[in-house]
Ligand binder design. Structure first.
Ligand SMILES: Cc1cc2nc3c(=O)[nH]c(=O)nc-3n(C[C@H](O)[C@H](O)[C@H](O)COP(=O)(O)O)c2cc1C
Length: 170
């Protein structure tokens, strides 16, 4: 992990989550030193559930990253300054199935003490322990117009809840 990163309690974060996730975007990353994958995400949340500080992330079934998040016990969320937007665009438009998109992005993989992948250039990292893996179901939508607009092909997002077990910022 980057030595310039300082641990911070998730509750002490000053960032506005609407800005942080929705506008700044993040990378969802999971795997090991041998093999990991990452993808850009701008849908998600932070909050409190089951008496724990948690994140909520949503991954479509087509994403290569999905299998990594499903297999691993942990994943990380990494946030970056504006200068890395092109890298996040790239990691959010190419699939790790089709080649080494991390190398193409120019970002530098680093690993937490627990061995979870994140990136040297990140200004905020959350290390998350997976608590819940589910999928939205057609019959559970209160707003069926929204459902049919977002999911015309029935490719409902996987929903993950992760406990924030480590949080660092620069
Ligand atoms: C700004 C932005 C936000 C995105 N948000 C999400 C998201 O929240 N969930 C999701 O499943 N895909 C999201 N994507 C799409 C994935 O990042 C994209 O499909 C990526 O290429 C998947 O890579 P992979 O196949 O290597 O996992 C987003 C893409 C961009 C550019």
């Amino acid at each position: 992990m980057n030595a310039t990163m300082k641990p911070i309690a998730p509750e002490a974060l000053a960032a506005n989550p609407f800005e942080l996730i929705g506008k700044q975007w993040m990378l969802i990353t999971a795997g090991s030193k041998e093999q990991f994958n990452t993808m850009t995400a701008s849908w998600g949340g932070v909050g409190v559930l089951w008496n724990k500080p948690v994140v909520y992330i949503f991954i479509r079934p087509q994403r290569y990253t999905l299998g990594f998040v499903q297999r691993e016990s942990h994943f990380t969320l990494s946030f970056f300054g504006e200068e890395y937007r092109p890298a996040l665009q790239l990691l959010g438009s190419r699939s790790g199935r089709d080649g080494d998109k991390v190398a193409a992005s120019g970002l530098t993989p680093v690993f937490t003490e627990m061995g979870n992948p994140t990136f040297e250039e990140a200004t905020l990292v959350m290390e998350c322990r997976k608590l819940f893996d589910g999928t939205f179901r057609a019959e559970d939508f209160a707003d069926v117009e929204l459902r049919d607009k977002i999911y015309p092909n029935g490719d409902f997002h996987h929903v993950f809840v992760g406990e924030i077990v480590g949080c660092w910022e620069k």
